[in-house]
Design a protein around this ligand. Structure first.
Ligand SMILES: [Zn+2]
Ligand SMILES: [Zn+2]
Length: 163
């Protein structure tokens, strides 16, 4: 998403308020794909600084992810405060101003990836999946014997069963 900042650059005004809804389909990160429920809302203020602008504000989004234990889909609210600089000259740390506008898509992606939880649970008491049949134990029960046989006992059993 592009935001025009001509007035700031030529000194016609000192600040600009931003309040936008952005639709990002998905963000790929470390082989995880994050999808969003509804638009991502970004708002804040752009202030003129030497050689550019500083953008201070807040991002709110609902990110869809899965429970690390039972793999059920869950939606997490993200609320992220940020402060980033956009410079006319290339800067390793900041973002670059293009002609008379800034593109805030990367800023949004970067801040979401920094704040998205890597492991999430649908609830602290999630029972997870049965390791044998895969039943979601929050929703139903199964009759699997989940007491796995100790491999040392398995050897002993085979020893006695010889011939
Ligand atoms: Zn769960
Ligand atoms: Zn089972």
């Amino acid at each position: 998403m592009k935001i025009e900042i001509q007035d700031l650059l030529i000194g016609k005004s000192d600040y600009k308020n931003v309040s936008e809804d952005v639709s990002l389909a998905t963000i790929d990160f470390n082989n995880n794909e994050y999808a969003f429920e509804g638009p991502i809302h970004i708002e804040g203020t752009l202030n003129k600084i030497e050689d550019g602008v500083v953008f201070k504000g807040n991002i709110s989004a609902k990110v869809k992810t899965v429970c690390s234990r039972c793999l059920d889909e869950i939606v997490k609210d993200l609320n992220i405060d940020f402060e980033e600089e956009f410079k006319k000259s290339q800067d390793e740390l900041g973002y670059k101003i293009n002609d008379n506008y800034i593109d805030i898509t990367k800023l949004i992606e970067d801040n979401i990836l920094l704040n998205v939880p890597l492991k999430t649970l649908c609830s602290e008491s999630c029972k997870g999946l049965c390791p044998v049949c895969g039943t979601n134990l929050n929703k139903s029960t199964c009759s699997c014997d989940t007491q796995t046989i100790d491999p040392r006992l398995e050897k002993l059993k085979n020893f006695f069963n010889r011939d």
